[in-house]
Design a protein around this ligand. Structure first.
Ligand SMILES: NC(=O)c1ccc[n+]([C@@H]2O[C@H](COP(=O)([O-])OP(=O)(O)OC[C@H]3O[C@@H](n4cnc5c(N)ncnc54)[C@H](OP(=O)(O)O)[C@@H]3O)[C@@H](O)[C@H]2O)c1
Length: 255
């Protein structure tokens, strides 16, 4: 596997479970030193680090419950110190804003608490962490915001998720303009239904799974490694001329 991210530093938020684990593994496999962020599950984050190290890669865990300024600043300080200790420079090359997710609820069932929680995970997390890293992202770096195919859907049952991810895509475009003068690209990557803990309850129920695959052009669930490959593709030197885009990796969901 090509080590074209050797010497690069990366942060993957929410890399103790789900898609983030595979993103961290993939970037480390390409040679990046990866900060594995988690909110509460320290053992799972350590497990991600162990898996990376077992493959000969370099990573370390960093706890921060993202969504606001203070925890974002804490993550920046911790990663800067560890990057400096390991590489001699504290700057960040690749920021993957991965935390997010949504509950199924139509507008009439959305409480203020649920609304705030979904906006926090899907939008505030990326906003405040990117802001905290603003001056620390190295020239020609990458910001990759994990969005969702849900951003373009009109399913009333994911209304807040759709709103939050659409706003995240708008954030992507504005930040691409802002950071572009430093050669930094900013893109959104929108997965569709992907195998893993979030969707196990659907993927393992043949009838429910069929409702997904029937409206997916490639007729199956995605694999987390396929989302991670897209993150790597954007982060790699091959991605240098693409910015301000929302790239869906959904196998063609509800085209
Ligand atoms: N899975 C899919 O099919 C799919 C489809 C479309 C889009 N996406 C998007 O892909 C991203 C990842 O989804 P996923 O299904 O892999 O998520 P997940 O399995 O729910 O993973 C959650 C991860 O995020 C961490 N986390 C949660 N809240 C956090 C916070 N406030 N601060 C820091 N870490 C936090 C968790 O850490 P702890 O374990 O420590 O709590 C865990 O590592 C999300 O943005 C989601 O919207 C996923």
């Amino acid at each position: 596997m090509e080590k074209d991210l050797a010497g690069k530093t990366a942060v993957v938020t929410g890399a103790s479970r789900g898609l983030g684990v595979h993103m961290a593994l993939r970037l480390a496999r390409a040679g990046a030193l990866v900060a594995v962020n988690y909110a509460s599950d320290e053992a799972a984050a350590n497990d991600t680090v162990r898996r990376i190290e077992a493959e000969g890669g370099e990573a370390f865990p960093v706890q921060a419950k993202l969504g606001g300024e203070a925890e974002s600043m804490k993550l920046v300080a911790a990663t800067e110190a560890e990057f400096t200790r390991r590489t001699g420079q504290g700057g960040l090359d690749i920021l993957v804003n991965n935390i997010g997710g949504g509950d199924y609820a139509p507008i009439t069932n959305i409480t203020e608490e649920l609304y705030d929680q979904e906006m926090s995970n899907n939008l505030r997390g990326a906003f405040f962490l990117t802001r905290a890293f603003y001056d620390k992202i190295n020239d020609f770096g990458r910001v990759i915001n994990i969005s969702s195919v849900g951003a373009r859907l009109t399913d009333p049952n994911i209304i807040v998720y759709t709103m939050a991810k659409s706003a995240l895509n708008a954030f992507t475009r504005v930040m691409a303009q802002d950071l572009g003068k430093r050669g930094i690209t900013v893109n959104s990557l929108g997965p569709g239904f992907t195998a893993g803990p979030t969707n196990d309850y659907i993927a393992t129920d043949p009838e429910a799974a069929k409702t997904v695959t029937d409206v997916t052009a490639l007729d199956r669930f995605g694999q987390p490694e396929e989302i991670a490959d897209m993150v790597y593709a954007i982060a790699s030197p091959l991605g240098r001329w693409m910015t301000a885009q929302n790239i869906e990796a959904s196998g063609g969901f509800k085209l």
